[in-house]
Design a protein around this ligand. Structure first.
Ligand code: SF4
Ligand code: SF4
Ligand code: SF4
Length: 507
């Protein structure tokens, strides 16, 4: 029976080529890994097939005569407030394939972005602002458990700290590169993140795919992750980093596991993950040894034991309805750092229904977690790291004012090296050479250049954070943490203001 895929007619992008300006150089043919541009030997010219375009804009960026424009294809279905074209296309696609709809990156739907509804305060006459170019401005951040009180003892050289302080991560700026596994992104970018973190005095996170041995030398700036699949986890790995993070949940896909397709498992990924070449690497939804806080406590202390109590242990949870209670349990189980990952956090691949409909915006979860730990008198026992949708330095500043000690940036890191958030990371064909292990594509990312761009991003955001702090009359990031009086809400209802713990603008 003839099976005509309906969806093929309703593709999302239209390639426009200015034929007058095109010089048939074939750059676009070489740049597009989806085969949307091709050489037509009959017409002796470059042509295209818009139905193959995923809107990554690589060809547009590299066309030497700027004669390409990638637009949304203007198919307009009959207006219907319920049956939005997105759902029609989803159904056509599923009727054609019978498969789960996949998506990459974070939730793209228009659920409120609370960062845009929060405004920062600034000093005026009293408590004057501080000029960060002329006066010291401290961004240094320590992540890890802090004692509830400090005790000193007398010594010949003067008072000496008696209280033992647990291991801390020391950051020059309160921004870290988020967990992105080797496999989901390629080796060149892992090298770049390691170098950028080292140059910026911050950390990068291995994600769940293990750590290639050639990167052990960057260990002081590395957080190694332990996820449900336990890929690449062994004693050397746990001891290679400055901290160990247990991933319980991920904001982009709370409640489900992960899946790295076999096509992405080449020899180097296989060696690092400890899985056979070409086999799918599937992370189960739960850790099969964790079904309670007591079980989590055992894993935290097994890791502390394995690392001789020299490294902080972090636990990452997805922002879900009962995140405050979960975070409280996580802290009581012995975690030194709690990572709250919101629904706009990126991922290489997630079922689109989960990505777009499960979880919470990080802003609400972060404020609720910070408040709960304060109410229970255990806020000092763990640092909070906010992650999932931090787009600029102002978002980072607002997250810290809502209670975070530091933030993770993942999508922003990838954008700094060219990612256009096309959301097709799961295809393994990323034309920007990021979410791909194909050697011909991965080589588009030069680790030195990528590291410089990533480090520049951190440097720029660091300067901006200093400016914003100075404008508020603060001279250290420490003074901003949880200082919600520096925030005001606009266009928020009483419940939202209550959860965020901020007053409405004008009050
Ligand atoms: S890269 Fe630009 S100029 Fe070259 S063939 Fe493609 S559209 Fe034409
Ligand atoms: S390079 Fe990207 S934007 Fe250009 S045609 Fe291919 S998929 Fe479309
Ligand atoms: S990493 Fe590549 S595939 Fe993924 S969203 Fe960015 S440009 Fe697209």
């Amino acid at each position: 029976m003839l099976f005509n895929p309906i969806n093929k007619s309703y593709y999302d992008y239209a390639i426009e080529r200015d034929k007058e300006a095109c010089i048939n150089c074939e750059v676009c043919v070489r740049q597009c890994s989806y085969g949307a541009h091709f050489w037509d030997d009959v017409r002796k010219s470059v042509r295209h097939d818009s139905s193959k375009c995923v809107g990554c804009h690589r060809c547009e960026a590299f066309c030497p005569t700027a004669c390409l424009t990638i637009r949304h294809k203007p198919t307009e279905f009959r207006e219907n407030a319920v049956w939005n074209p997105k759902f029609l296309k989803y159904i056509y696609k599923q009727a054609d394939t019978g498969g789960v709809l996949l998506g990459g990156m974070g939730c793209p739907t228009n659920i409120p972005v609370y960062w845009d509804k929060l405004l920062l305060d600034a000093s005026q006459v009293t408590n004057p602002s501080i000029d960060p170019l002329r006066e010291p401005m401290e961004l240094k951040t320590f992540l890890g458990t802090k004692p509830s009180r400090l005790e000193f003892e007398e010594a010949s050289e003067g008072p000496r700290l008696k209280t033992k302080i647990g291991p801390q991560l020391e950051l020059e700026v309160p921004i870290m590169f988020a967990a992105m596994s080797f496999g989901a992104i390629n080796f060149n970018l892992h090298v770049a993140m390691a170098r950028a973190a080292t140059a910026s005095g911050t950390m990068y996170n291995t994600g769940e795919g293990g750590l290639h041995r050639s990167l052990y030398k960057y260990g002081k700036n590395t957080i190694v992750q332990v996820a449900s699949g336990r890929f690449g986890v062994h004693s050397d790995y746990l001891n290679a980093g400055a901290a160990v993070e247990i991933k319980i949940g991920q904001g982009a896909k709370p409640g489900i596991g992960g899946h790295l397709p076999g096509e992405k498992i080449d020899a180097r990924v296989s060696e690092t993950r400890m899985v056979p070449i070409g086999s799918d690497a599937i992370s189960p939804a739960p850790h099969h040894d964790i079904y309670s806080i007591e079980d989590l406590h055992q894993l935290i202390y097994a890791i502390k034991e394995a690392t001789a109590y020299t490294k902080p242990v972090s636990v990452k949870i997805a922002a879900v309805h009962n995140a405050p209670a979960i975070a409280s349990g996580v802290v009581r189980a012995g975690a030194d750092i709690v990572v709250v990952d919101g629904m706009r956090g990126g991922t290489g691949a997630a079922p689109a229904m989960i990505r777009d409909n499960v979880g919470l915006p990080m802003e609400l979860a972060l404020a609720a977690v910070d408040q709960r730990l304060r109410d229970e008198g255990i806020r000092n026992r763990a640092s909070i790291v906010a992650s999932g949708g931090i787009r600029c330095s102002a978002d980072a500043v607002k997250a810290i004012a809502l209670g975070a000690d530091a933030v993770y940036i993942g999508t922003a890191t990838l954008i700094s090296v060219g990612c256009t958030v096309c959301g097709r990371c799961y295809t393994g064909k990323c034309p920007w050479g990021i979410a791909t292990n194909e050697a011909s594509l991965a080589k588009r990312q030069n680790p030195d250049v990528a590291a410089e761009k990533m480090a520049n991003l951190i440097k720029a955001w660091g300067h901006e954070i200093q400016e914003m702090l100075g404008g508020m009359g603060l001279n250290s990031i420490e003074s901003l943490r949880g200082n919600r009086d520096k925030l005001r809400g606009v266009g928020l209802n009483d419940t939202e203001l209550d959860i965020l713990g901020v007053k409405h603008a004008g009050r």
